[in-house]
Design a protein around this ligand. Structure first.
Ligand SMILES: Nc1ncnc2c1ncn2[C@@H]1O[C@H](COP(=O)(O)OP(=O)(O)OP(=O)(O)O)[C@@H](O)[C@H]1O
Ligand SMILES: [Mg+2]
Length: 365
């Protein structure tokens, strides 16, 4: 085997490993590998290498389309405004009721404050997305900003707590100050990291920060309705009840696992641009992924596509991904949500908030 093909294979192996975690890196590695195959295909007039180059090129591009569904936000630079957002409500599969409720509860009042004022509906206040991991809370927050034609601030509470201890209050004041200059969505992710009163942790710092955040949110109504506050948490049972008083995060929306049709759409989207069998039984795969989170479905698609890809690397001919590949991938990948639902039910019953956060009890996990 010639050196560059060996190198290309090395790239593909790393790309397969990292594509679920870092699609951008995987995409670049696939592109690099594709170039190597192309070079050697031309040098040696080898049709298999040419086919392989095309296949890897398409694979790289399929990851590019995926970033359409995958938030492009960076975690290390979270306090800057994001403009030119790429994800709108139409790019998020399912979650119809959640989208409708976001439109009615926050986007319309945000866009038409004058009409709401006539009917003495108070401005301000935020919305809290809650639910299991990997089901679209961050995606929806970003899409909310796009729908509201606002800029987006992605603020992870853990970032504020860890990076700027001592200065966190000032950081929050600065963000609200900056955001009040133009229509903005302030997304406070991992609200539970504020360690509310029930967490049992030493939370004096968290409490100070909570109070500061609340005073800023309370002031939003006076800032000419330029700021929309969205929060998210996986564990609403740890959230300080003060956060949910009127005028604060007083609207709560459950973001749950994708239903069958939504799972089909996610699969179709993930396979776009790659060779797919004409007989692919989407219905069957959607049935088999009943309790999966959106992120689980995405990971399953990657596992399935990697089967024909690996075969192709071993010099067999290129073939499309089929139902059998999904069945094989399903042997190893199960829903990641079992433990979350169990914990959620136990905790909510314990603190007797099963009526407020009732949706989890609709699921048979
Ligand atoms: N409804 C959906 N439509 C399309 N893709 C989805 C959907 N739900 C989840 N995904 C996929 O799963 C990934 C994770 O979603 P997201 O980051 O929004 O989850 P989350 O609810 O914020 O999770 P966490 O609680 O861990 O922060 C997305 O980048 C996307 O690829
Ligand atoms: Mg998230």
């Amino acid at each position: 085997m010639i050196a560059s093909i060996a190198e290309a294979k090395g790239y593909v192996k790393i790309a397969i490993k990292c594509e679920n975690k870092n699609a951008k890196k995987a995409r670049l590695l696939y592109l690099k590998a594709s170039q190597f195959y192309l070079q050697d295909a031309q040098k040696q007039n080898n049709p298999l290498y040419l086919q392989m180059a095309k296949y890897l090129y398409n694979k790289a591009n399929s990851l590019k389309t995926k970033t359409h569904h995958t938030s492009s936000l960076k975690t290390d630079d979270s306090i800057k405004p994001y403009r030119n957002l790429t994800i709108g409500f139409d790019d998020i599969c399912g979650l119809k009721e959640a989208k409708q409720s976001i439109k009615e509860k926050i986007i319309l009042p945000f866009e038409h404050p004058e009409i709401y004022k006539v009917y003495k509906r108070t401005a301000g206040g935020g919305i809290l997305f809650w639910g299991p991991p990997g089901c679209g809370k961050t995606l929806l927050a970003e899409a909310t900003a796009k729908e509201a034609k606002a800029v987006f601030y992605n603020i992870k509470i853990s970032d504020i707590l860890s990076k700027w201890v001592g200065d966190s209050e000032k950081t929050i004041t600065d963000i609200f100050g900056k955001a009040s200059k133009e229509p903005s969505v302030l997304f406070f992710d991992e609200l539970d990291a504020l360690a509310g009163e029930r967490s049992g942790q030493d939370s004096s710092f968290g409490r100070r920060l909570t109070n500061h955040l609340l005073s800023q949110i309370d002031g939003v109504g006076t800032k000419q309705n330029k700021i929309l506050v969205v929060g998210a948490t996986n564990s609403p049972w740890t959230i300080d009840t003060a956060l949910r008083r009127p005028g604060r995060f007083d609207e709560i929306v459950f973001i749950g696992p994708p239903k069958k049709e939504a799972r089909k759409q996610i699969i179709q989207h993930q396979l776009k641009g790659t060779p797919v069998s004409a007989n692919l039984d989407l219905n069957h795969i959607a049935e088999k992924t009943k309790n999966f989170s959106g992120a689980d479905v995405v990971a399953l698609c990657n596992d399935a596509v990697n089967i024909p890809l690996k075969e192709a690397l071993e010099k067999k001919s290129i073939r499309p991904t089929g139902t059998a590949d999904f069945d094989k991938a399903l042997e190893k990948r199960k829903t990641s949500l079992d433990s979350w639902f169990k914990e959620a039910k136990t905790q909510l019953l314990k603190i007797q908030q099963q009526d407020i956060f009732k949706e989890v009890f609709d699921y048979a996990y």
